[in-house]
Design a protein around this ligand. Structure first.
Ligand code: PLP
Length: 396
């Protein structure tokens, strides 16, 4: 008895971060952990904000009667009401508690909506480079991922999206602020996408995966996708914004402007159940009743972004400075990003090749490591860059 061919094949494709993790463990054993600079995982390295920890304590000490049992599959109505009010305030779109389904993170929300809308062979457009798990989420539910490139600044190209739409297109996944590029998609682009979708008779959902929405720098703001695009389904969580990635708490929000809304609400509640989530964690729903608006210290990420980007640019790396999320996605000085990742690893710097996100010739660096570690890693970036420059000079 073995594992399925399809899972074996998918595991083969998903192995980049795991490979780098194994590489990191080996390097740490050889050189000592303090000499390895691990930029691979997007796991927040900050404590949750104080109001969240206080709310958690309140929830535990209050000990509401029977507050650890099953509940409606969509979550506690009182919590969904708070999320609906928050979204209505932020977007100007009148969400009600019936439009909100509490989920196991944003990943859970993405799977719930895809399961609810896809029939085998239906197509989902994904903009490259992207969060690498999307390919698996789409395949989980029998869908076919259709990749559409963004431009060299990582912004969507509406004409390319239009060209990719077929009668089988059911959804487009948007992720802004973006993992891995850090770009925020501007309002005019979102408006253009809305106008494009309005021209089609078939209904095409925009799945707006927004876990980085509040992690924005330099006073930027993420334009509200649900305000600008009528058929929006929001997937969001507190994994990144409150440093709660391990607690698995998020939500799905169905725009009240979606067609067949009541069917969708019922379908998503059902799929949340049958995917085995049943419901989102009870304790964390109660916590969010009190602290849904809290945000980690974004200035700390911005400082790390500035230190790393300034240093990389000084060395000669080309990059688009991230406006949000907590990733930097520089170009590699040689076209082969996998070879360059190996050169960096020889310097103790662990990065993920851009190929893992659908854009070779880049590396993804996660800002979720301490500032001091970032500073100590810079010499390694410089040596790897210099090695490429001298190899190319030798060739000429
Ligand atoms: C773009 C994107 N979507 C979803 C997720 C999953 O988030 P969650 O922990 O909320 O499930 C991640 C995590 O890295 C992500 O980068």
């Amino acid at each position: 008895m073995g594992i399925s061919k399809s899972v074996a094949e998918q595991m083969g494709r998903s192995s980049w971060i795991r490979r780098m993790f194994e590489e990191g463990a080996k390097l740490k054993a050889e050189r000592g952990a303090e000499n390895v600079f691990d930029y691979t995982l997007g796991n927040p390295d900050v404590e949750p904000p104080a109001p969240v920890l206080e709310a958690l304590q309140n929830v535990v000490t209050k000990a509401r009667p029977l507050s650890h049992g099953y509940m409606p599959n969509g979550g506690y109505p009182i919590v969904r009401e708070v999320i609906a009010a928050k979204l209505s305030r932020e977007t100007g779109v009148p969400f009600t508690k019936e439009d909100i389904i509490m989920t196991v993170g944003s990943a859970g929300a993405c799977n719930v909506i895809l399961k609810s809308i896809l029939d085998p062979g239906d197509e989902v457009i994904v903009l490259m480079p992207c969060f690498s798990e999307y390919q698996f989420y789409v395949t989980n539910h029998g869908g076919k991922l259709v990749s559409v490139e963004t431009d060299d600044q990582f912004l969507p190209d509406i004409a390319l999206i239009e060209a990719a739409i077929t009668p089988r297109t059911r959804a487009i996944i948007l992720n802004t602020p973006n993992n891995p590029s850090g770009r925020i998609y501007p309002e005019n682009l979102l408006r253009d996408l809305n106008s494009l979708l309005a021209r089609f008779d078939q209904s095409i959902f925009v799945i707006s995966d927004e876990p980085y929405k509040s992690l924005v720098y330099d006073g930027n703001q993420q334009p509200e996708v649900a305000a600008l695009i009528a058929p929006t389904v929001i997937c969001n969580s507190w994994s990144k914004s409150q440093g709660l990635a391990g607690e698995r708490i998020g939500y799905l929000a169905l725009s009240p402007r979606l067609p067949d809304l009541e069917d969708l609400r019922r379908a998503c509640t059902f799929t949340n159940r049958i995917l085995g989530f049943i419901n989102a964690p009870a304790i964390w729903q109660w916590v969010m009743l009190e602290s849904a608006d809290a945000i980690v210290d974004v200035a700390a990420y911005q400082e790390k972004r500035d230190v790393l980007c300034d240093a990389l640019e000084k060395i000669g790396y080309e990059l688009v400075r991230p406006e949000g999320s907590f990733y930097v996605f520089p170009k590699t000085p040689i076209a082969d990003d996998i070879a360059f990742v190996r050169m960096l690893a020889a310097e103790g710097v662990l990065a993920v090749p851009g190929a893992g996100f659908g854009r070779a010739g880049h590396i993804r660096l996660s800002l979720t490591i301490p500032l001091d570690t970032i500073k100590r890693s810079i010499d390694g970036f410089a040596r790897a860059f210099a090695a490429c420059a001298s190899a190319s000079a030798a060739k000429q």
